[in-house]
Write a protein that binds this ligand. Structure first.
Ligand code: CDT
Length: 313
């Protein structure tokens, strides 16, 4: 029997600093309803979808910083999203800032969850690759203080059974790292969901930053193709508190082709009928990992710490 998932990516335009959780959750519910109305059984929201992208500021007051974090999921303000999902029978991926007490201390993670069509959390992921810096950089117009505010995720890259397939999650900067996709690819992932907040000035080097849109799609398309998986990437975009962020939310097939793409820098839903078995033909042929990967060769390179001497002439 064909394994089809009707999926949506629900891109978000800017979230103002002054916007309340209640307002933002209302936006997410509206997007969820639109996704369901267009036949989706799963909707992918963005990274840190409940607030403005606060790592752009140095926030020294801990109480103020912690206002951007969720202590419970669902909590009183996010419960309506779970209630609506259950009512509509639609699953979702949601990114948020997580505050927990673990190992006897307060810990902060950049987190995502996967929720099924009954409103139950079936998977949780904590962002591994944290970009930016820990100390403010005076030369930058906008800071990127993820390394200050979050710890690297401690769950690794797991996959979960759901929606008739094997589902994986990652978050924003993770999408640029081949390891992200490959670790899930080796577990037979069918669909990887991710959200992103990518400012156009994110490296501070205009020549690289000019390629932000190209690199956004390049990394997701390569990850999809090389691991025979669907990838759904959902942006928060537009000009948010003076920071201009890339859109281009996309649903990408295991062929690496973009099958749906957002065209605005605002709240926008895109959908696609995702045949999870499209990946099988790649996994059985060109990317048959069991047959064609050469793990021993990769190990040799890693043991040499990646430095391969130039050939002798
Ligand atoms: N949110 C996030 O991870 N953004 C990064 C850009 C910032 S790098 C300072 C990204 O890789 O898109």
């Amino acid at each position: 029997m064909a394994r089809i998932v009707h999926a949506a990516s629900a891109q978000m335009g800017p979230i103002a600093k002054s916007e309340t959780r209640k307002d933002t959750v209302r936006r997410l519910v509206a997007l969820m309803r639109e996704a369901k109305g267009r036949g989706a059984e799963l909707v992918v929201f963005t990274e840190l979808a409940l607030t403005t992208f606060f790592p752009r500021w140095l926030i020294e007051d801990e109480a103020e910083l912690h206002r951007y974090f969720e202590r419970q999921m669902p909590g009183p303000e996010t419960q309506p999203l779970f209630d609506e999902a259950k009512k509509l029978g639609i699953g979702f991926y949601l990114g948020y800032a997580e505050l927990v007490e673990e190992e006897g201390r307060i810990r902060r993670f950049n987190t995502s969850i996967l929720v099924d069509g009954n409103g139950a959390i079936i998977g949780k992921y904590r962002k591994v690759h944290l970009p930016g810096h820990s100390e403010p950089q005076p030369s930058r117009v906008h800071q990127h203080l993820e390394k200050r505010y979050f710890e690297p995720g401690n769950y690794g890259f797991k996959v979960w059974r759901g929606f008739g397939g094997v589902m994986g999650m990652c978050i924003c900067n993770d999408r640029r790292w081949p390891e992200t996709y490959r670790v899930m690819g080796l577990q037979g992932v069918d669909m990887i969901m991710l959200g992103y907040n990518t400012p156009f000035d994110h490296t501070g080097h205009p020549d690289i930053d000019g390629l932000t849109s190209f690199h956004n799609h390049l990394s997701m398309q390569a990850g999809a193709y090389q691991n025979a998986t669907w990838v759904i990437g959902t942006a928060k975009c537009g000009t948010e508190e003076g920071s201009s962020m890339v859109g281009q939310s996309a649903i990408i097939a295991p062929s690496g082709e973009i099958v749906a793409q957002a065209v605005s820098l605002e709240d926008e839903v895109i959908t696609a009928r995702c045949d999870l078995d499209l990946g099988t033909r790649y996994r059985d042929t060109i990317f048959n990992f069991a047959k064609h990967r050469e793990p021993d060769a990769y190990k040799l390179i890693v043991e040499r710490k990646g430095s391969v001497p130039p050939p002798e002439v």
